[in-house]
Design a protein around this ligand. Structure first.
Ligand code: MSP
Length: 513
């Protein structure tokens, strides 16, 4: 039976159109999902939207709409962006779906039966922006510590979940499970947070103040706290309390990819909710950093949104994907600027990869009538081709440890090396001498096969470009190399006619002479 791989994105609030930060998470997840599909694993990639709570109720009200109708008309913004960016998800999850409501209510009933829920007065602070409760001591200058937004004082009867009871268990679990929270600095942040006493979690809102939520089971007076509801998606999306077989197949999730601002919800609330229900832990919580603009987090409320649609249309989806995946090490913040995208476009994409394709295909056209030449007996031990073939394990290792930037760095070393190889071997001079004919054939065969190997590795990152290269070389696409020895084979075949096609990364319109 094929290995399974279950990967999730956070559920995005529907109060605003998705921006570069949301696009980043989905591009990361899509890249990992594609990588695992190419390994022939059974992949389930889930993304979706978070539609309950004060923030959405308020956004709907501002538009004079009912919350559900408001959410409905926001969904196409997400679906169309994911389509544009080539995000191949398997399921789009909405917290307003009927199947989800059942799972959330079931979990609450289980927790009640276990004695982990009690009713009490909540006194504290609430931030609508992060939809999170804070104690007085957590506020920073009287504001929300995570978003800097306003907080409201709340004093009301609510239901509570006994999180405090599980604090020692969680500390122990995190300490004993390296890699559960990645990167390490985030793991340390959570261990630091857990040094303080852990407060129980207020998990309801009185309906008279907020009616937009999942009703609390057996009570007309309360709706369930939006984060409690939303986190359950990760199990309800794969059949929890609905389809035991499906749930058994996919759970535990292999990775929950999130941004660093929602770490506490995922690395404290969620594991404790699961533990209390007797459900297995997800294997990994992977927190990425923020995209910033002039030093501030890109966000709708700061009014500094960077529109992924415009950038993808201007530079191409693959260039946008490449920029996001390559610019920062996963986990760190990245300073966004359009100049940086242009720089990457001109150098790595157009100059290195695009040029390598163009010169190789042009020379095969010119010297061999567009057919891949027959290589001599020594081609197999060619140093460039050996470097290309040696990438299989390190690229795999980088992807399995969630370092897409390292994987791209390794691939680009060979792409650059291949361009040097052209300079060193000077095919145009070989073509002038009769004695250079075989060497010329060898050089062009090696370049074509190196490109095929690079395209094979690049499929998860730059799906459109990789597919172009593979189909132009008359190879199948997708091209899966399941093992090191598969990858060490020659991919291209001599005598096959290739198609040069247009430039992979054409000169930018505003730079064309
Ligand atoms: N609805 C909650 C998540 C519930 S998951 C069960 C939520 N939604 S959100 O729309 O506000 O944010 C979703 C994700 O986008 C978070 O992981 C957040 O870190 C990410 N980003 C929002 N702005 C970002 C940047 N500027 N840069 C990178 N990612 C950021 O939180």
């Amino acid at each position: 039976m094929a290995t399974k791989y279950y990967i999730t994105t956070p559920l995005y609030y529907v109060n605003a159109k998705p921006h570069i930060g949301h696009a980043y998470t989905n591009i990361l997840c899509d890249t990992f999902a594609r990588f695992h599909r190419l390994k022939d694993e059974d992949v389930f990639f889930m993304t979706g939207t978070d539609e309950h709570g004060t923030k959405i109720a308020k956004a709907a009200k501002d538009q004079g709409m009912e919350p559900k109708a408001y959410a409905d008309q926001m969904i196409p913004h997400f679906e169309s962006l994911w389509k544009l960016l080539g995000i191949q998800y398997d399921f789009f999850f909405r917290t307003t779906s009927q199947m989800h409501r059942g799972a959330v209510q079931q979990i609450l009933k289980d927790l009640e039966a276990k004695g982990d829920i009690y009713k009490s007065k909540y006194v504290g602070w609430y931030s609508v922006k992060s939809e999170t409760f804070y104690s007085e001591s957590e506020l920073v200058d009287g504001k929300c510590p995570d978003t800097g937004g306003e907080v409201q004082r709340i004093e009301e009867e609510n239901y509570f979940f006994k999180m405090s009871k599980y604090r020692d268990w969680l500390i122990d679990y995190i300490q004993k499970t390296p890699g559960f929270i990645q990167p390490d600095m985030r793991r340390n942040e959570i261990l630091g947070f857990l040094k303080q006493p852990l407060e129980d979690l207020c998990i309801t809102r009185p309906r008279e103040r907020l009616s937009w939520g999942i009703p609390y089971p057996g009570s007309d007076e309360y709706v369930i706290y939006v984060w409690f509801d939303a986190l359950v998606n990760y199990v309800s999306g794969v059949g929890y309390a609905r389809d035991a077989e499906q749930f058994k197949k996919w759970w535990p999730a292999d990775v929950h990819v999130i941004g660093k601002d929602i770490l506490r919800h995922h690395a404290v609330y969620w594991p404790i909710m699961l533990k209390a229900c007797g459900i297995e832990m997800p294997k990994k919580i992977l927190a990425h950093g923020w995209w910033t603009l002039s030093g501030a987090k890109v966000s709708k409320s700061s009014g500094n949104v960077v529109d992924p649609v415009g950038l993808s249309e201007k530079y191409g989806v693959d260039a946008f994907r490449y920029f996001l995946l390559n610019e920062v090490t996963l986990g760190l913040d990245g300073a966004y600027s359009e100049d940086l995208i242009r720089e990457r476009y001109r150098t790595d994409l157009a100059n290195d990869l695009g040029n390598l394709w163009f010169r190789t295909a042009s020379m095969i056209d010119r010297y061999f009538g567009g057919k891949i030449p027959k290589p001599g007996p020594d081609t197999g031990s060619d140093a460039l081709l050996s470097d290309a073939k040696a990438l299989f394990s390190p690229v795999r290792e980088a992807m399995e440890t969630y370092n897409p930037r390292d994987a791209l760095g390794l691939i680009w070393k060979v792409v650059k090396r291949a361009n040097q190889y052209v300079e060193e071997n000077k095919p145009w001079q070989l073509a002038k001498q009769e004695s250079g004919k075989q060497k010329l054939a060898d050089v062009l065969f090696v370049l074509a096969d190196t490109l095929a190997h690079m395209a094979c590795l690049l499929q998860p990152f730059l799906p459109g470009t990789a597919q172009k290269i593979l189909t132009r070389l008359q190879l199948k696409s997708p091209l899966a190399a399941k093992s090191k020895s598969d990858f060490e084979q020659m991919f291209v075949k001599n005598d096959v006619s290739i198609e040069r096609g247009d430039a992979l990364f054409p000169k930018l319109e505003d730079e064309a002479a």
